[in-house]
Design a protein around this ligand. Sequence first.
Ligand code: FAD
Length: 541
Amino acid sequence: MDKIPLPPSPVYPDLEKVLDNLAHHLKGESPLFQLPYQIFAETVAQAPIAISITDKKANIQYVNQEFVRVTGYESVDIIGQNESILSDKRTPRHVYYDLWHTISRKKIWQGRLINRHKNGRRYLSDLIIAPMLDEHEVVTHYIGMHRDITASYEAEKIAINQKQLIESVVNASPFAMVVLDDQDQVILDNQLYKALVSDLGKGEPARYFLRLLRDEMGESWTQLQSREEGFNNREFRVETRKFQGARWFSCAGNWFVEKKVNADAFFEDHSKSYLVLTLTDITRQRRQMEALHIQTLKTLMAEDERIRGIRETLLGAIHQIHLPMNQIKAAESILRHKQDEQNSGLLAILQQIQQSGGAAIATMQKCIPEIFQTAVMAINLNQILHEVLLLCEQRLLSNAIEVHWQPQSDLPSLLGSENRLRILFKQLIDNAIEAMCQSTRDGRKADELQQLTISTKTDGELIYVTVADTGPGIPVSLRSKVFEPFYTTQHKGMGQTGMGLVIAREIVNQHQGLIDIDVDYAEGCRIKVSFPVRSAAGLKG
Ligand code: FAD
């Protein structure tokens, strides 16, 4: 293609030479070089980016229209001046050093400088400088291209500042806070939340609480999420596998939808749902409430035990009276059949004794106090066992019994009577303590540490509770007898009436469960109790 001579430029005499160089570089590489130089010249002149062409010392030889607009300098004012005229002198020296070090090695430099507009206003310039080489690969000129990015930089800074502000507010929050995306991934969290990761030992705490929340809220979880409504005051007990180590958290959550800002969302509206979850440790408040609750329970249990004591004494007395009464009944029956005149007086006396004995038994039966019944409700056995352990705490400590509390987290609830279940486990734990004290008294295991191990677990259908002690155990021959009324392996008269396990079995039966002595346990006695998970039938009897 023939070269069309350019008209002489008043502002840039070297333009033809520069374009020559450009054509030289593009030769054979782009169809662009086929175009007339004038097109190149106009492209540069009208390009929407501030372009300047300098000599090797940065003396300006050409500027385009956008350069004039961005810097405020007319081309006639600035041609012949050094680019340093734009410098605000706030740019650190090492930036210029790096700039010159790069371009003088024939490389492209890109960076940000603080420039000064002709009117004195400072602006942030995003600058690219490319060296122009001649056919001998020698630098002849530099091309500078820059944009005023002050506004976008300010917006970027404002966004960063806002993020930092949000982060510091979130960090200063007295609750553990976490933001999760729709895949349950943690996007943002605060220091208190981070501390929970190691404190709870449950992996990612947010996912642990999400599981509990979804289980508890069921359908309403998805409904709230779709309506972007929040929830609060959802309280959960978290086992930390230590006696009294359970912690309580109150959970609150709010969903929000964020419009995506990436390239995919440029033409289409992409949005994503996030959940802000706050976890408040309410263990202290719960413990205070628990202490009050335990105090009330102690009073209730003492009353309950008093009533049970009266019941057992009367039932025991009735049981005792029945034996001679049966003998009298047999004697009376023999005499009656003999129809002996001689013994008619004795027969009358025996009948009188029977009558008055029967009346006495009836009176005693009327005097047996009723056991207070409580409402049937969904019960967490971990909570009941924890309370019973607190109720027995003093006895356990004073007898130096080590407690191993092994609850399964997320234990499903069962339908039952709180009060009855508390009596059941109190009885089993009291029995275990008594058996271990007996061992120590007898000197059998005097040197050994006595241990009480309580565990809960579930297979989804049944909930299993075991109460194991290191006492003398129950001999195989007596394992069914101990569930019979008034049978005890301890000395009667030491508070042992032999009714404890009878009542325990009755309570387990009422909850459609099973109670047994573990035959595989040799270190003492282990009682196994199992209940159906949330049996719809509720309590029997
Ligand atoms: P100067 O004395 O000019 O230079 C400071 C340091 O730069 C020196 O110590 C030296 O290390 C180095 N240096 C300067 N000139 C040369 C050279 N010829 N060869 C090797 N090293 C050298 N500056 C801006 O502030 N804003 C701009 O928009 C801008 N655009 C530019 C566009 C082009 C195409 C080029 C080539 C340079 C541009 N510069 C720009 C850089 C400018 O030329 C100055 O170097 C800079 O402004 C610093 O000026 P100064 O008077 O403070 O220091």
